[in-house]
Design a protein around this ligand. Structure first.
Ligand code: NDP
Length: 434
């Protein structure tokens, strides 16, 4: 805490792992002797840079750009890029640190990284966003590459922004290196199924967990927070498996539709019109809109899938969910539950699936995109989706087995941390003290 003042989210992410790893350190003193944890929490490299831009009215603005290259024990650095006004060094470090273990869990050859800027693309014209992406890339291009560090999207960064960054990178490098980014549009090297991968993958993971406990999505009432990429695809797959999704949210509030959320309307309102979710009720007058997004957790449900943002379920929300008899919680977003909320679920016997494992489908398909770019081949949507299902099954099995082996049966949060940690730590030890 003294070495990284003010980085609260990063401290939270590290604390969660410390707790999970206790039995591993007891069983294998070599990890302690090698001081692996202290090495792992220190990024290999943290880049902070100025991103100047001119808006459409001619005013000059300065944003702050970040890239944390956290760990390259298993492969080149890999992680998304977030453009959001509250982004700071602590946010990027928490997300980058989580990526080390999450990427390891996918069993793909990729290290951990994350980047972003405190830029708000909302309400900006395409041209302004393009100029921002170009300015961001003007510095970042010298630190990335297909065998060095491969950025992708995250909140505020989709295929459009990746396209602008790739265009500028290509110009600066004078080479068409499509493997330098993932999450690209199909026209310049993207993979079919990447947009769906995180949301679908989360549901595939939950399906495995439910099956293991003699349950399924069929006829279950589900609440999915958010109304962005992860949330929309999680709702789509959940509904396909026979569940009733009754509520979703955005940063301005949440909607409850007892007849089941109409996903096409959400897509239309959020993605095509760029509107607030409150506009949903003009298409479905029987649905309700409430102003407080976190009050979504007061909605009674069997399965809760937080797919919006970090710390959206606090202890109070977790207590409300358990009082309403929630059976399972799966984290589609990164760190959506506070430490106290996770404890509340676990103590109440709710099946809890942690972000690191649940939302790893996105990065797993990104690694497939890298493989596709290297081989200059392309898979069909179905082939990618089949591979995604296999990967999510493996992540579930590995996390379950790791929890069992270290005396934490049924504790998937510990299991996922342990499985990812052991892979990374063993590779670090074999590569010496570097
Ligand atoms: P998007 O930007 O597409 O969507 C985020 C959604 O969350 C938006 O609907 C946004 O509302 C909403 N939101 C933001 N803050 C709140 C809040 N406080 N309460 C309720 N809703 C809120 O992002 P993604 O769907 O891509 O990402 C969501 C989460 O999943 C993030 O934690 C991300 O890091 C994680 N993730 C994403 C992956 C991916 O492949 N996309 C991969 C792995 C993890 P509004 O529209 O009003 O801004």
């Amino acid at each position: 805490v003294e070495r990284n003042p003010g980085e609260d989210e990063f401290h939270q992410a590290v604390r969660e792992i410390f707790n999970a790893l206790e039995p591993v350190f007891e069983a294998y003193p070599a990890y302690r002797k090698e001081n692996i944890l202290e090495r792992m929490v220190e990024p290999e490299r943290m880049i902070t840079f100025r991103v100047p831009r001119v808006d459409d009215e001619g005013a000059v603005h300065i944003n702050r750009g970040f890239r944390v290259q956290f760990n390259s024990a298993l492969g080149p650095y890999k992680g998304g890029t977030r453009f959001y006004p509250s982004v700071n060094a602590g946010t990027i470090k928490f997300l980058g640190f989580e990526r080390i273990l999450k990427n390891a869990l996918t069993e793909q050859p990729i290290g951990g990284a994350k980047g972003g800027a405190d830029f708000n693309p909302k309400g900006r014209s395409d041209r302004e966003i393009m100029r921002f992406c170009q300015s961001f890339m003007n510095e970042l291009h010298r630190h990335i590459g297909p065998d060095t560090d491969i950025p992708a999207g995250d909140i505020g960064v989709g295929p459009k922004e990746i396209g602008y960054m790739f265009g500028e990178y290509k110009k600066l490098r004078g080479r068409f290196e499509s493997g330098a980014f993932t999450g690209k549009a199909i026209e310049h090297g993207g993979i079919l199924g990447r947009s769906e991968a995180t949301g679908y993958g989360a549901v595939y993971f939950m399906k495995e967990m439910l099956k293991d406990h003699g349950q399924s999505f069929e006829n279950q009432t589900v609440v999915v927070s958010g109304a962005g990429n992860v949330s929309i695809h999680a709702m789509e797959k959940t509904a396909e498996l026979g569940a009733h999704v009754v509520a979703c949210s955005d940063s301005c509030g949440y909607i409850y539709d007892k007849d089941g959320i109409n996903i096409e309307t959400v897509r239309d309102v959020k993605q095509r019109q760029g509107n607030s979710l409150s506009a949903y009720t003009s298409y479905h007058p029987d649905a309700e809109h409430h102003d407080n997004p976190t009050a979504i957790w007061q909605t009674a449900c069997d399965i809760a899938l937080p797919c919006a943002t970090q710390n959206e379920i606090d202890e109070e929300a977790a207590k409300t969910l358990t009082a309403n008899n929630v059976k399972a919680v799966g984290e589609g977003a990164n760190m959506p539950s506070t430490v106290q909320a996770i404890r509340t679920f676990q103590e109440a016997g709710v099946l809890f699936a942690p972000a690191k494992a649940v939302n790893a489908g996105g990065v797993a398909v990104s690694a497939l995109e890298m493989a596709q770019n290297s081989s200059r081949l392309a898979w069909s949507f179905q082939e990618v989706d089949d591979k995604l299902q296999d990967i999510m099954k493996t992540i579930y099995q590995n996390s379950t087995q790791a929890a069992q082996s270290y005396g934490r049966s049924g504790d998937l949060a510990s299991g996922a941390n342990i499985a990812g940690f052991v892979q990374t730590a063993d590779a670090m030890i074999k590569q010496g003290i570097v």
